[in-house]
Design a protein around this ligand. Structure first.
Ligand SMILES: *[C@@H]1O[C@H](CO)[C@@H](O)[C@H](O)[C@H]1NC(C)=O
Ligand SMILES: *[C@@H]1O[C@H](CO)[C@@H](O)[C@H](O)[C@H]1NC(C)=O
Ligand SMILES: *[C@@H]1O[C@H](CO)[C@@H](O)[C@H](O)[C@H]1NC(C)=O
Ligand SMILES: *[C@@H]1O[C@H](CO)[C@@H](O)[C@H](O)[C@H]1NC(C)=O
Ligand SMILES: *[C@@H]1O[C@H](CO)[C@@H](O)[C@H](O)[C@H]1NC(C)=O
Ligand SMILES: *[C@@H]1O[C@H](CO)[C@@H](O)[C@H](O)[C@H]1NC(C)=O
Length: 476
């Protein structure tokens, strides 16, 4: 197959050449020179990744001219072509695809105008052919390299080389979903021009180095899904331009930073699935640009009313589930007019549920399950209809809905009907009766087969509703 492909490439190439020679007669101008050394370095570099059967000089005799290589771009410097972009991995059908057993050849570092180097889906086998990022030569690319990206390379293991720190023109450093281990080298603090630092989805451990002062051009900071521990470094507060900060899914601990208050342009902050504690810091309410705040699954504790939520006018997503929060859901939340998602499940929230929440015009998911919210749910029928299953309020033993008000199809899942005039019953039983006399009626309901008990409560069907309404009328 390979040789057929090669032959067809060659035929195609000759066809193009003859066409151009005939039609245009400008081949001398268009075939600009590429330095022999540059060309050889390119061929050898690529061959290291795609395998020895790949014969560059055969397939692509003029890689910056008439026989472009998918994933390779060139630019003119002083009348010569140089390679500026090298993308390895199956992005397009005709991309350079990686061999199993591949190597970084030293010739890579001879591409002296290389601006952008990326590897996608290339280093595949962690067990059979693991590869490590070479170190020691990166200073040769220091003046040119602006973007260095490794995405989805499970076979790429070993540490982040500390000499990445010499790449002082780097604007984008992405190591996303590889097999990289060890600590984040503090030398990345030298990369003052970084706009994007993404080290997510690896096996990095240790503390996040406290080296971000002066990195005020950084827009995206993502260290999520690693095994990082320790507390957040205070120099994160220097990332004053940052739009996104994501350290979710690590083992980070300690307090949230007072320095968060400096991150005035941040739109997304994701701290979920860590071990942060010490309550909601007041600095959060200074982050006026926040659109998404996700802190769920942290033993943070503290009172949810600690913050002036109304300050965060741009919030669209507020996810604070499973954080040990106490107190009542503050009315100020109902001033967040852009809120679409409010998740407060599995906390220790108490008090009544303010019907004002339904005035939030964009709200389409409200999860309050697993708290101790009490009293009646006073949301309108329209609101409950709109929300459907995206209103979750189960596991609040002392919360109930008014039977006459809410239509059958929109009874909140797992919530009991209120029992006017009779004491609220405790949570544990699903089939507790309004009155002993009604036992038979309920047995009838159950035996009709309409009731479908789910784990946390039950669904009233139309039939049941009619019967319950009847009972309700008898009672009053
Ligand atoms: C590549 O092909 C050329 C011309 O067909 C040949 O001279 C050269 O030896 C080949 N190189 C490799 C490394 O196979
Ligand atoms: C924040 O964003 C605004 C508007 O996009 C911009 O003018 C300002 O320079 C940014 N602030 C920082 C510190 O980057
Ligand atoms: C929150 O509730 C859990 C389980 O109901 C309980 O173990 C914990 O002590 C409570 N915490 C606070 C601060 O009330
Ligand atoms: C819900 O409505 C009932 C009856 O109208 C009222 O007594 C109760 O205070 C209301 N609850 C809330 C939280 O507004
Ligand atoms: C829930 O709140 C009620 C009253 O507000 C209280 O009596 C009860 O003990 C609380 N339950 C839990 C599990 O904290
Ligand atoms: C309701 O009836 C069932 C079965 O007939 C019986 O086991 C149960 O004790 C009764 N409950 C009450 C509260 O009478």
């Amino acid at each position: 197959m390979k040789s057929i492909k090669a032959v067809s490439h060659a035929i195609f190439f000759m066809f193009i050449l003859s066409l151009s020679a005939r039609c245009c007669g400008q081949e001398d101008l268009d075939i600009a020179p590429i330095e022999k050394a540059e060309q050889e370095a390119l061929y050898s570099t690529i061959q290291g990744f795609v395998g020895n059967s790949w014969n560059g000089s055969d397939l692509y005799p003029d890689p910056c001219g008439w026989t472009p290589i998918q994933g390779v771009s060139c630019d003119l410097f002083n009348g010569f072509w140089y390679v500026t972009v090298l993308n390895i991995g199956p992005v397009h059908d005709n991309s350079l695809s990686c061999a199993q057993d591949l190597e970084f050849r030293p010739q890579l570092f001879e591409l002296k105008h290389l601006k952008s180097l990326s590897f996608f889906n290339c280093f595949q086998s962690q067990n059979r052919f693991p590869a490590i990022i070479p170190s020691g030569n990166w200073e040769k690319l220091a003046s040119s390299l602006e973007s260095l990206e490794f995405r989805s390379n499970p076979g790429l293991i070993g540490n982040i080389p500390s000499d990445f720190g010499v790449l002082e023109n780097l604007q984008s450093l992405v190591l996303l979903e590889n097999g990289v281990t060890g600590e984040i080298p503090s030398s990345i603090g030298n990369l003052m021009k970084l706009k994007k630092l993404v080290l997510a989805g690896n096996y990095l451990n240790g503390r996040i180095p406290d080296v971000f002062d002066g990195m005020n051009e950084l827009l995206i900071f993502d260290l999520s899904s690693n095994s990082l521990s320790g507390s957040l470094p205070s120099t994160l507060g220097s990332l004053t331009s940052a739009l996104k900060l994501d350290v979710s899914h690590n083992h980070l601990e300690g307090n949230l930073l007072n320095e968060f208050a400096n991150l005035k342009n941040l739109t997304l902050m994701d701290l979920r699935n860590n071990k942060f504690s010490g309550g909601l810091t007041l600095s959060l309410q200074e982050m006026h640009s926040l659109e998404e705040l996700v802190v769920s699954n942290n033993p943070l504790g503290g009172d949810i009313r600690a913050l002036k939520w109304e300050n965060l006018k741009n919030l669209a997503i507020l996810e604070l589930s499973n954080m040990g929060l106490t107190g009542e859901i503050p009315e100020s939340v109902s001033e967040l007019k852009r809120l679409r998602f409010l998740g407060l499940s599995d906390n220790n929230l108490t008090g009544n549920l303010s019907p004002k929440l339904e005035t939030l015009p964009c709200l389409n998911a409200l999860y309050l399950s697993g708290n101790n919210i009490t009293g009646e749910i006073n949301f309108s029928k329209e609101f409950l209809e709109k929300m459907g299953r995206r209103f979750g309020a189960w596991n609040n033993p002392n919360l109930c809905y008014q039977v006459g008000v809410i239509s059958t199809n929109h009874v909140p899942y797992g919530v009991k009907p209120c029992q006017r005039g009779v004491n609220l019953l405790e949570s544990n039983s699903k089939t507790e009766l309004i009155n002993e006399d009604m036992n038979e009626t309920f047995h009838f309901i159950a035996s009709t087969g309409f009731s479908s008990c789910a784990t946390n409560g039950f669904w009233w069907t139309l039939m049941e509703e009619i019967l319950v309404m009847g009972l309700f009328l008898i009672l009053i």
